[in-house]
Write a protein that binds this ligand. Structure first.
Ligand code: GTP
Length: 171
């Protein structure tokens, strides 16, 4: 929007973690949808927070598209990493994808803030934010600003908290 600083954020995480649902919640109410299909390639979304105008690259999390993520690391101002907290098996795959992201030269050389959403907190037996943090090994991430929140992307719970943190970290 006019007068607002334009920033790019990359939205990554395994397929089915809730990336598109989370961005749908950030849309103006009248353009939100009840029908979200798995993302092919990527989609662009826009939202505004704390005086920043965000262009979000909603990347597909399907394994055959994950190699696309790296193409956008160089130009991103922040990263949104979404995890399905109820999927305790695949969280190990998410951890591997995170390690790859962190070791990419376009990420490791820059101090890009990362917000983690421990999503699907509404599902019974889902891991807490602390549980997800430990499963991902976030204690070892000492050269980046990061923050983790539990979220329910369907109801929007926890979403504003994480996006506001990211906005402040980018500013
Ligand atoms: P890809 O496009 O394949 O990478 O998936 P995605 O990460 O964009 O996930 P998407 O938003 O398509 O959501 C996947 C499924 O999880 C959908 O059926 C959503 O309704 C559901 N979902 C997303 N967030 C939540 C949540 O917080 N709680 C629950 N219970 N379900 C969720």
């Amino acid at each position: 929007g006019f007068g607002k600083r334009e920033v790019n954020v990359l939205v990554v995480g395994l397929d089915n973690s809730g990336k598109s649902s989370l961005l749908n919640y950030l849309r103006p109410r009248e353009t939100q949808t009840d029908f979200i299909a798995p993302t092919v390639g990527f989609n662009l979304e826009h939202f505004v927070c704390k005086g920043l105008s965000f262009t979000a690259f909603d990347m597909s999390g399907q394994s055959r598209y994950r190699t696309l993520w790296g193409n956008y690391y160089r130009t991103t101002n922040g990263i949104i990493f979404v995890v399905d907290s109820s999927d305790k098996t695949r969280i190990l795959v998410a951890r591997e994808e995170l390690q790859q992201l962190l070791s990419h030269p376009d990420i490791s050389s820059r101090n890009i803030p990362i917000v983690f959403f421990a999503n699907k907190m509404d599902i019974r037996d889902a891991l807490s934010d602390v549980g997800v943090s430990s499963a991902l090994g976030l204690d070892g991430v000492t050269n980046k600003s990061w923050h983790i929140c539990s979220s329910n992307a369907l109801k929007g719970e926890g979403v504003a908290d994480g996006i506001e943190w990211l906005s402040s970290a980018i500013k």
